[in-house]
Design a protein around this ligand. Sequence first.
Ligand SMILES: Cc1ncc(COP(=O)(O)O)c(C=O)c1O
Length: 270
Amino acid sequence: MLINGDSGSTISALDRGLQYGDGVFETIAVADGRPCLWERHYRRLESGGSRLGISIPDHATLFKEVSTEIGLNDTGVIKIVITRGRGSRGYRPDSDSEPTRIINFSSWPDYPVAARTTGVVVRICSTPLSQNRTLAGIKHLNRLEQVMARLEWDDMEISEGLMLDSDDHVIEGTMSNIFMYKDGQLHTPDLTDCGVAGVMRGLVLDVAAEVGKPVTIRSISRSELLAADSLFLTNSLMAIWPIRDVDGKSFSLDSIDQKLVSEIHNRAYV
Ligand SMILES: Cc1ncc(COP(=O)(O)O)c(C=O)c1O
């Protein structure tokens, strides 16, 4: 692990990332020894940092440290955490606080091999997502809602939990974004009020637009989701996972555009 460029694993107990969740993070797939979709991840760090008023280390510094941390590993996962840095007591940040950067490599997760082909089983969580436009879209460090949602199940067969806002709109999974096919059209939830604007979601939106079949971004209710023709999840590690079951209701994978899926898989790990 690298902390501010040095090998180590300790940060100050006064760091605002620990005290308040005051920071942003990225989880990045590593393939062929390189961080995948690097520019997209860096752009999201910058945009989250600028919304929160945290200065993100420059591109060259971060890329060099990520490469050092990957070392000779071929595949795996890089996590980058940037916090506002150390603070004094109280919420008000010190004007001279220096951001803390934490870069950590770990091995590739033990994902079910068949997830991509046969699809995954998901459930709908009862923990709601709070609506807050100031924080919506940002991959910030406050993840208690996802922690509470993930505590709701222990069944290894269930790969992901879907999270709704308090108006019963489907927003995303605990660690993923969601897309839905209905009558040949691809839809994904609007994230104006809550949710994380995933890097892989962004890639799907771009590729779909490039092939002339743009995704409709809109509010999706629980009942609309359950009436979908097909569903899939996205994140930076899984790329695309089709959903075959939501709380015991089966979904066909047939409506999923396989050309789109293979284009995403071609572009997700470079
Ligand atoms: C809450 C949440 N939503 C969405 C995503 C997907 O984001 P990305 O595609 O950038 O991996 C994640 C990824 O960890 C997440 O934690």
